[in-house]
Design a protein around this ligand. Structure first.
Ligand code: ADP
Length: 584
């Protein structure tokens, strides 16, 4: 209870209440009303014990039997109904809060730059959206219920105890502060352990995702046992932390039980003496003991609420950290000038992914003429993919300029810039959706006719119409699995649909079957017509037909020209070509 109000938590609590709880004030108020009813009924029950004993059982006042019995019945009915309504309302609020936070976090993540996703493993982000929001819901729902209902119940029951015998009540409540101090100490430790637990869960999910995605590598290299052992380590970490959580979290129980035992023991001794002296009737003493016993449950819950809140606050601060991350490169904002000539220029571009001296691009410069095909070739790790990443403005260079149509891309609206380019990359994502929707991903709002035209141009129409439900066949994870060539044709259809003036290709390294190869090549040729094309070339035919070849090595353009010129030059290109390494 005490740490609940520590300085660091206050802004966090304020933010949760203001942003996420406020829209549901109506439900919370209704829940509170039912809480009051429930709490009052507990106190009424404890009070009714006195007439049950003194008037009915000892003094046999017959006329009171029916009213008191009926009163007890009504009291329990109201307790049940109010408990139900209160729980449903609070959970409804909690669930709405979770989906609101999930929507906010996900929408915000979508605005963040590619660099952020590279830095934060997908498993970690996954646990922010699933596990942490769940923990927050529990904290809000239980926090409000426990603080509202249980503290009110407790206050009313304490009232009953003071009414019955204030001296005795005072004695009992000397014990309270001792418990409070102990519990607040526990809460702090629990928050630390649970933060570490959530981090471990994040690491665990990250490793799981990686392993599943790389299952082919795992199998091919016979690393099944290694992966199993590595995962075992992570599972064990999470298990140990969870056990630690329980050990600390449940320390409340023995402490509370011992204190309650002490109180009960004292009550009997004192009660016996007071009753003998005639200061307290049996009914009054029983009513006191009932109130005390009834107050035990809410007291336990209130003691626990601190734990739940500490865990919830830990989760909230992690969720808000994501929400407060500013995108280094915004999604929108900037100029949208009309572009007539689609040339591309890199001027002395220096770039490092990590921000240190380990540069991926090292003073790279080149020009791409409008409408021409430029092939990027060179050893792996030379910086070819980085060129595309920077052109799409997934990252900004540390120095130098990148221009499209004569405009520095930093001055342009990023979504406008990206609308000028279609990217066909090696790793083609097929979404768990229909073939139609998968192609429509290329341009939102495209008509069915446009989609089919794009599919025809990409030679995808033939195989799609052969699928069980044609264009409405589900593809991807829960649908039809596509061959490598079919996936590529879907990707090309997306590019045809987007119809952007600049085409960025990252050619697949894996070989396709002869028929797919021919179809893909044909669509690619059609797609390149009239567009400025930059292609990371892995096929010799692409390189031979390119208007210009850039040999990218160690972050700079080592040589450039067409195939014949470069061979004649007798430099690195010629050497790589002779060793058959140019189309690696
Ligand atoms: P290529 O496409 O020519 O194989 P890349 O552009 O992928 O080369 O890589 C250039 C350099 O940048 C390499 O040293 C690579 O290790 C590094 N690199 C690529 N992507 C990242 C990343 N996301 N984070 C850190 N370093 C990266």
């Amino acid at each position: 209870m005490i740490t609940l109000f520590d300085r660091a938590s206050r802004p966090l609590i304020k933010r949760i209440l203001k942003t996420y709880v406020r829209p549901y004030t109506g439900w919370v108020v209704q829940a509170m009303i039912w809480m009051v009813v429930g709490a009052a009924m507990s106190a009424v029950f404890a009070s009714l014990i006195q007439p049950v004993l003194d008037d009915i059982l000892i003094n046999h006042k017959r006329h009171l039997v029916v009213p008191v019995a009926a009163g007890l019945f009504i009291c329990f009915v109201l307790r049940g109904v109010s408990g139900y309504l209160n729980t449903v309302l609070m959970n409804k609020t909690g669930q709405h809060i979770v989906s609101d936070i999930q929507n906010d976090v996900f929408s915000h993540l979508m605005t963040l730059d590619v660099g952020y996703f590279h830095k934060n493993a997908s498993g970690t982000l996954l646990s922010r959206i699933t596990a942490d929001t769940g923990v927050m819901r529990m904290a809000v729902a239980e926090g409000l219920t426990n603080l509202g209902k249980n503290s009110l119940t407790l206050v009313l029951l304490i009232g009953v105890m003071f009414w019955r015998d204030w001296g005795l009540a005072l004695a009992v409540f000397v014990i309270f502060p001792i418990t409070a101090v102990f519990i607040s100490k526990l809460g702090k430790r629990l928050r630390k352990v649970s933060t570490r637990t959530q981090e471990s869960i994040g690491l665990m999910s990250a490793l799981l995702t990686q392993t599943f995605q790389g299952i082919r590598q795992v199998k091919a290299y016979g690393r099944e046992d290694f992966e199993a052992r590595r995962m075992e380590g992570k599972f064990d970490d999470v298990r140990d932390l969870n056990i630690k959580n329980v050990k600390i979290g449940t320390l409340n129980t023995p402490v509370n039980e011992i204190l309650a035992g002490l109180c009960m023991c004292g009550l009997v001794l004192y009660g016996a003496q007071q009753s003998r002296l005639g200061h307290l009737s049996p009914g009054e003493l029983m009513s006191f003991i009932t109130a005390f016993l009834l107050s035990y449950e809410p007291m336990k819950k209130i003691a626990k609420v601190n734990n739940t809140l500490q865990i919830g606050l830990g989760a909230a601060s992690r969720v808000f950290e994501v929400l407060d991350t500013q995108a280094r490169i915004p999604t929108t904002g900037g100029e949208k000038p009309p572009i007539t000539v689609y040339d591309v220029a890199f001027e002395n571009v220096e770039f490092s992914y990590t921000g240190d001296d380990d540069r991926a691009l090292n003073g790279l410069s080149f020009n791409v003429q409008p409408g021409q095909v430029t092939a990027l070739v060179g050893p792996s790790g030379g910086g070819k993919s980085t060129v595309l990443n920077l052109l799409l403005r997934f990252y900004d260079p540390q120095s130098g300029n990148i221009k499209v149509g004569g405009h520095d891309i930093r001055s342009l609206d990023p979504s406008y810039l990206r609308a000028q380019m279609a990217l066909v990359s090696q790793d083609i994502t097929i979404f768990d959706d229909t073939a139609l929707a998968n192609i429509a991903y290329g341009r939102g709002g495209a008509s069915e006719i446009e989609i089919m035209q794009a599919a025809k141009a990409a030679h995808a129409h033939e195989f799609i119409t052969g699928l069980p439900d044609g264009y409405n066949t589900r593809l991807g994870e829960n649908g039809v699995a596509l061959s490598g060539g079919q996936r590529q044709r879907i990707a090309l259809a997306r590019a045809f649909l987007k119809n952007a003036p600049i085409l960025l290709l990252d050619e697949a390294t894996s070989a396709l079957d002869a028929e797919s190869e021919a179809l893909v090549q044909e669509s690619l040729n059609a797609l390149q017509k009239g567009r400025t094309t930059l292609v990371i070339a892995h096929r010799l035919s692409t390189i031979l037909h390119a208007d210009n070849i850039l040999l990218v090595e160690r972050g700079r353009v080592a040589e450039q020209g067409n195939h014949a010129n470069l061979l004649a030059k007798g430099g690195l290109y010629a050497a790589l070509y002779a060793r058959n390494q140019i189309a690696a």
